[in-house]
Design a protein around this ligand. Structure first.
Ligand code: AMP
Ligand code: MG
Length: 421
């Protein structure tokens, strides 16, 4: 990509002429990714959390028949007196699942329970609290209007209605709705396969000794968590050393097995940072720097048919770039219809330091103040290596490219983890 953001570089700002904006990065990702086409039919319980591959059109009315919304008495509306009391003869009873099959004439009534089909000849239900009942008669007044307390056939959903749209991620309510319409199976898109590995000579896995200068690899665990939540199939390829040959081989292996490869580390301009060079040699680089913090050295491209995300090494950068770019990309690839994230505007109770030139994703806690108003504060230190800033947070505070920081009390944009995570 040749597009860059305009800049008036100075030593006091974070402008980088090689960076593209987060919006441009997302647009580039969406233009590049083609959703999967393969579909399969599965029992509705297996479809929970999967992406619907066809529109769902109702074949039946819900409710299927006119039925009672109350426990009471089914009558003809025209038997309701204009004033005073009117007596009706009780001729039977119907329950949900046990209909009353005779015709009801004027002057008659039938005891009816919620959900029971309205007997032929009736159009109104008088709540049992509104009648005086004797053994074989009831007395009614004019509190109830004709047609009340009845659910019409097809009132909720009618034959031919579009109930669920292709591209939706199926929720528990959707699965219930499918069942209520009699669908035992539904067509979903095939699952996608995501391979991931960490890079770095300094990385040790949990259970290993921490020798001189070594650190534990946390990125494979956050990636595991984020990919699991998305419901994709994944291949954990472990840690790959900062060795060009080993990395070359890992790239080839992933491109043969996975729809997407996500790596962390090795994308800066240090001596042991090979990722971008390998992508350039084996595939195509779409972009490699985004004007954001944390996460500037984010690489995106393609290895033959496999999409590639080279995330930075710092643990917070991994999570921020995943949620802002990899997650929307995977959703598009899975066939899910894109919904841009919901941002809330709330007052910030912390001072936030920032230099212009990059969009910042600071980690915050959205909470209620003493008067019950929503406010946000930052979680402690905001370094890109401080994973606690993510663990303590429930939202991102998003500060625009040009922002020069925030004074306590100013309004900020907040993106809740609930909903994106
Ligand atoms: P890099 O992008 O490889 O230069 O890494 C940037 C920083 O992130 C370095 O301090 C690395 O030690 C650290 N880092 C890289 N990968 C991981 C990982 N998988 N887990 C924890 N820290 C990491
Ligand atoms: Mg490294």
């Amino acid at each position: 990509m040749s597009e860059t953001i305009p800049h008036n570089a100075s030593c006091k700002d974070d402008y980088d002429p090689n960076s593209i904006s987060p919006e441009q990065a997302l647009e580039n990702i969406f233009q590049t990714i083609t959703p999967v086409k393969t579909t399969k039919s599965v029992p509705i319980r297996e479809a929970l959390g999967k992406i619907l591959a066809t529109d769902i059109i109702s074949q039946i009315n819900v409710p299927t028949e006119r039925n009672s919304a109350m426990d009471g008495y089914a009558i003809k509306g025209r038997d309701i007196p204009d004033e005073g009391i009117h007596n009706l003869t009780l001729i039977g009873c119907c329950l949900a699942g046990t209909p009353f099959n005779e015709h009801v004439k004027s002057g008659e009534c039938v005891r009816i329970m919620t959900g029971a089909v309205m007997p032929d000849g009736t159009d109104t239900v008088i709540m049992q609290e509104h009648v005086i009942s004797a053994a074989s008669t009831i007395s009614i007044n004019n509190d109830t209007k004709p047609g009340e307390n009845v659910r019409e056939a097809g009132e909720d959903i009618s034959v031919g209605d579009l109930v669920l749209s292709k591209g939706m991620k199926l929720t528990p309510a959707d699965i219930g709705l499918l069942a209520s319409l009699g669908f035992s199976e539904v067509t979903i898109y095939r699952n996608i396969k995501v391979a991931f590995f960490s890079t770095g000579d300094e990385l040790r896995s949990v259970g290993e000794e921490l020798d001189n200068g070594a650190i534990y690899d946390s990125n494979r665990y956050t990636l595991f968590g984020m990919l699991s939540r998305l419901g994709v199939e994944f291949i954990d390829m472990g840690v790959v050393k900062d060795d060009k040959e080993l990395l070359d081989r890992a790239f080839i292996e992933a491109s043969l097995k996975a729809d997407v490869l996500v790596t962390s580390g090795g994308v800066s301009v240090g001596d042991a940072d090979y990722i971008k060079d390998i992508l350039e040699q084996q595939g195509e680089v779409n972009f490699w720097k985004v004007a954001m913090k944390p996460g500037r050295p984010l690489t995106f491209g393609k290895l033959d048919k496999t999409y590639f995300f080279g995330l930075p090494g710092n643990p917070v950068s991994v999570m921020v770039t995943f949620y802002q770019f990899v997650q929307p990309a995977l959703k598009k690839l899975m066939g899910e219809t894109y919904c841009s994230p919901i941002l809330m505007k709330v007052p910030c109770t912390s001072n936030l330091r920032k230099r212009p030139g990059r969009v910042e994703y600071q980690r915050g806690v959205l909470e209620q103040d003493e008067e019950g108003h929503m406010v946000v504060r930052k979680t402690g230190m905001q370094g890109s290596g401080i994973l606690r800033s993510m663990a303590d947070a429930n939202c991102f505070i998003i500060l625009p490219l040009e922002s020069e920081g925030v004074k306590s009390g100013a309004m900020v944009d907040v993106q809740l983890f609930h909903g994106i995570v």
